[in-house]
Design a protein around this ligand. Structure first.
Ligand code: DGT
Ligand code: CA
Ligand code: CA
Ligand code: ZN
Length: 588
């Protein structure tokens, strides 16, 4: 059992409790427990089996019992009892942006709405607007949120799908006679969300694989089955297409099922011009002889091209680039030398100490780490006085660590609605790394939001614009803003844009990375970790960058610390006397 499943269970109980109007203390207890489990560095099932759940701070006896039950049996009594009280359609309402448990409870109790369709109908007919605290404007917002909800339905964020794909692939590899197994499709292209999993197996005994597949753990419903393929649904809702191929076709199938469809069509057209036919079984010449198929790179070679990384296979010019010898040398995780956006326990929503962060970063091979906690307008955020104390601690810890890794003193400073920064220029100009982000008032017009961001970029104090669009995958759309204008100003000011690697943010997106590069703007890939474990999230940002055709040279945190500091010095205009460019103990 994954910790994420326990987190989801606790969250669902909290939602159900709120919907049924139960004691807010209970609700909070479950939410806090969910947070604790989410940042647990070990599998929760281990703690359950050792009887150590009770030692977790923030998890009460009652909650611990529910968790243990859930880990043992896949469900628990409280969850089942509550599910019996709330129609599933009402829970579905919570997946709509701007509808929380309070609103869902209100429309359910007052108007008897138990489905997304009914909610939309009530909003359109004006019935919704008559409810207390509702009004025409909110009803209108709900109508458009429902439309967005529908358009993304069924797609799963990559990071949620990955563990299931990896688990199934490992189990398929263990079936006797299986030579290779791999997850293809959008997952292999590292798209931010996947529609379904496409698993490929190389075996000379397809029957054995196809009959073993439905019995694998987590596979619940068999939807279709043939001699070499199968489609099933997992208990978590994800659909899986399985294909078994003979070894001589495996490379061709891997290419075909990696897609994308647009890439495949472009490649097939190219092959046709050369008198060749490409299918999932191989590349065939005019006489029907197979000239490639066992290895994927041979498929490309057969049509006169070098192997193209899956992230580029979107039919957006990758064949032309390959033909011209101009494929980018895509950035790799190993190219990243540091992380420039990390929260310590000095942020209310984060939990690791400087030392924990430093040792985890060292374990991941990072040579520097910028500690960027929240500024004063966030709950319990740092004001100037507390920031200065925090700075001293960071500098002290940096000296203690002796470069393993280097700690940079930074901040994630709020960009206030008028575009000013949440802390004074003097303290900001002392910092090694200033990330500026929008965290409030998302509902501005595009013009206002663009102006707000431009003003922050023009401050001469900012190194990095954090999570530029504010979107959360599957739950919050980006606020409207003019990316081209922001890029233009960022280039003029020498400010980098962040690829926030938090797997629910991935902000900038792949295509925005490409536009940033075209506009001459540098990027940084940052984890935005709120816990030491999440420092590992950088790989998600690397995938986005690769899909955006970025090379190591486009990304600032591939630089050594001394190069990075030189770059940051050049880009900052405001330098008070205290700013010498070399903080104490921060020798490059
Ligand atoms: P997804 O599942 O929506 O996230 O996206 P994919 O790319 O994984 O798409 P999927 O699962 O429908 O199919 C897997 C691959 O199979 C797809 O990327 C390319 C290939 N494929 C599927 N249908 C077609 C087709 O009609 N023509 C061609 N040329 N290739 C196809
Ligand atoms: Ca797929
Ligand atoms: Ca599929
Ligand atoms: Zn932030």
């Amino acid at each position: 059992m994954e910790n994420a499943e326990v987190v989801a269970m606790l969250g669902e109980i909290a939602d159900l409790l709120e919907l049924t109007n139960e004691n807010p203390f209970k609700v909070r207890a479950y939410r806090r427990a969910a947070q604790v489990v989410d940042t647990l560095p070990v599998p929760i099932s281990e703690l359950v089996h050792k009887g150590e759940l009770g030692s977790l701070p923030g998890v009460g006896v009652h909650t611990a019992e529910r968790i243990a039950q859930f880990v043992e049996s896949g469900t628990c009594d409280v969850l089942e009892r509550l599910r019996g009280k709330v129609p599933p359609g009402v829970m579905e309402l919570l997946r709509i942006e701007s509808v929380g448990p309070k609103t869902a409870a209100l429309v359910w109790k007052e108007l008897g709405l138990t489905s997304v369709d009914a909610l939309e109908e009530a909003a359109l007919s004006g019935r919704l607007a008559t409810l207390p605290r509702m009004g025409a404007k909110r009803a209108e917002a709900i109508v458009s949120a429902v439309a967005r909800h529908r358009s993304r339905q069924g797609r799963v964020p990559l990071h949620r799908a990955l563990p299931y794909a990896e688990d199934l692939v490992a189990r398929l590899r263990a079936i006797p006679g299986v030579k290779q197994a791999i997850a293809a499709g959008s997952l292999r292209r590292h798209k931010e969300t996947v529609g379904d999993l496409d698993l490929l197996v190389s075996s000379t005994d397809p029957e054995r694989v196809v009959s073993a597949f439905p019995k694998l753990p987590g596979v619940t419903t068999l939807l279709a089955q043939g001699p070499t393929k199968s489609t099933a649904r997992l208990s978590v809702g994800l659909q899986v297409d399985l294909r078994v191929l003979p070894p001589e076709s495996f490379g061709a199938a891997l290419h075909y099922f990696t897609g994308s469809k647009a890439h495949n069509i472009a490649l097939r057209t190219r092959a046709l011009h050369r008198g060749l036919k490409v299918s999932e079984y191989g590349v065939f010449d005019a006489k029907g002889r197979r000239i490639a198929g066992e290895r994927e790179e041979d498929v490309f070679r057969a049509v006169g091209l070098p192997w193209i990384p899956p992230e580029l296979r979107e039919g957006l010019g990758e064949l032309e680039a390959a033909e011209a010898g101009r494929l980018p040398t895509l950035i790799e995780e190993e190219d990243l030398r540091g992380d420039l956006h990390v929260h310590s326990e000095a942020s209310a929503d984060a939990s690791s100490s400087l030392l924990e962060l430093a040792s985890a970063a060292r374990g991941f091979g990072r040579s520097y780490l910028a500690i960027t906690d929240h500024s004063r307008s966030r709950p319990l955020g740092l004001d100037e006085e507390r920031l200065r104390e925090h700075l001293d601690t960071i500098r002290w810890m940096d000296r203690e660590l002796r470069g393993r890794p280097h700690l940079l003193a930074g901040i994630e400073v709020d960009i206030l609605p008028d575009g000013s920064l949440d802390l004074g220029a003097e303290v900001l100009s002392e910092l090694d790394c200033v990330v500026a982000s929008v965290h409030s008032r998302f509902n501005m017009s595009s013009e206002e939001m663009t102006e707000r961001m431009v003003r922050a970029l023009r401050s001469g104090l900012v190194h990095v614009l954090g999570h530029p669009s504010g979107r959360l995958i599957g739950s919050r759309d980006p606020y409207p803003y003019d990316l081209e204008r922001v890029l233009e100003v960022a280039r003029e000011e020498g400010v980098a844009l962040e690829v926030n690697a938090h797997p629910e943010r991935l902000d900038l997106t792949d295509s925005a990375c490409q536009r940033a590069k075209a506009a001459g703007v540098k990027l940084v890939i940052s984890s935005d970790s709120h816990n030491a474990q999440h420092l590992d999230d950088l790989r998600h940002g690397v995938w986005v960058a690769r899909r955006g055709w970025l090379e190591a040279g486009d990304v600032l945190n591939t630089l050594s610390l001394s190069e990075l500091r030189r770059h940051f010095r050049r880009s900052r205009r405001v330098s008070p006397s205290t700013w010498t460019g070399e903080g104490p103990g921060l020798a490059p």
